[in-house]
Ligand binder design. Structure first.
Ligand code: SAH
Ligand code: SF4
Length: 334
């Protein structure tokens, strides 16, 4: 798909064409300009040649049909992955999108980190992931209800492109998804948290903490040296002051690495404005090292937080068998 040049082509067209085309692409979800009967033939042919709508992809579906993983081959042949998660009894359909090809931060537990960094994604390459699943769901008369930036890459290291994509996804004339249904997860890039605190859009912030002391956090998250825990919480507190919006703290449960009662107590101490935080306990998806925490240890950890008045939830695990779960996306490389 290449819509980047669309505006250039439309320059010589009347203004209403822009609106027509936005509706065709983002609402009607056409997959080919041939379907755009409303446009003059000459324009359709030009668009077909210069702004193709096709997306080079392969989708695999989990046995329980709840997870679909897409491998998308970009114009320069690099590969990214995105995941669709379908929450059975509700109508919730969440797309987990990538923001970079690979990731430069090399967290020890993450498959994306292992492949290193190739490049940032362009806004249209981010949008393309959403459109692919929107087209897929349309065939079943279903819709995307949520978008999370929890795929490959660190969204705050590609801030401008991520926000440009979000603006189009949120725009009522384009994809039209409410800002409150869009979330960004960061490993704790404080410049990004500070910038997001100034944004007008009410999108959600999630921070991957995973450890409560700097020494052990640095061992699994090399970026902790530049962005230690106090610095991250200072940025979050500033974000809370400015936005009054609840922040999610993501905490991945790794057996005897970060899941003791003492760890839970330390975490509770870090959280001062309890009503403005939600702790999301993530089961560690094996990617080589470490083991996931036992159910018993997770339960105890959660109890400590709840006793201190902190809301905590456990993240449902999608798509482990098709390597579509958190931290398992490697663009088919691993
Ligand atoms: N770079 C961002 C967003 C992508 S990762 C970030 O790190 O937040 C999305 C989430 O998956 C993060 O919380 C990340 O820490 C988590 N994750 C990474 N590897 C994982 C694994 N092996 N098992 C479970 N979660 C993992
Ligand atoms: Fe990058 Fe996030 Fe994976 Fe760390 S966890 S390597 S920041 S994608």
């Amino acid at each position: 798909m290449n819509l980047a040049d669309l505006n250039k082509i439309l320059k010589s067209e009347p203004a209403y064409r822009q609106k027509q085309i936005e509706k065709l692409v983002y609402r009607d979800l056409i997959e080919n300009w041939r379907e755009a009967k409303i446009l003059p033939l000459a324009l359709r042919e030009k668009l077909d040649k210069e702004c193709p709508l096709s997306i080079n992809n392969k989708i695999i579906i989990s046995d329980d049909k709840k997870t679909a993983k897409a491998l998308i081959i970009l114009d320069d042949n690099l590969k990214i992955e995105s995941v669709l998660m379908r929450y059975g009894n509700s109508n919730r359909n969440t797309v987990c999108v990538s923001s970079q090809v690979g990731c430069p931060l090399g967290c020890k537990f993450c498959a994306t980190g292992k492949i290193g960094f190739k490049r940032n994604l362009e806004p249209m390459e981010i949008i393309e992931q959403v459109l692919l699943f929107a087209r897929y769901l349309k065939k079943e008369k279903a819709k995307i209800t949520n978008i999370v930036f929890m795929g490959m890459g660190e969204p705050f290291l590609n801030y401008e492109n991520v926000f440009e994509a979000i603006k189009i996804l949120n725009d009522k004339d384009c994809f039209g998804l409410g800002a409150r249904h869009i979330s960004i997860s960061t490993i704790g890039i404080t410049e990004g948290i500070e910038k997001m605190a100034e944004e007008k859009l009410q999108i959600n912030l999630a921070v991957s903490l995973h450890s409560v002391d700097n020494e052990s956090r640095s061992k699994i998250i090399p970026a902790n040296k530049k962005y230690p825990i106090e610095k991250i919480f200072k940025a979050i507190e500033n974000y809370l002051k400015k936005t009054k919006r609840r922040v999610m703290v993501e905490y991945m449960m790794m057996d005897k690495v970060n899941d003791s009662i003492q760890d839970a107590e330390k975490l509770a101490k870090l959280i001062t404005q309890k009503h403005l935080y939600l702790v999301n306990l993530i089961l560690y998806n094996p990617t080589g090292i470490f083991k996931p925490s036992s159910k018993e240890r997770i339960k105890k950890f959660k109890e400590v937080l709840e006793k201190k008045g902190i809301s905590a939830t456990e993240r449902y695990r999608f798509g482990k068998e098709i390597k579509a779960a958190c931290g398992q996306l490697a663009g088919g490389v691993i």
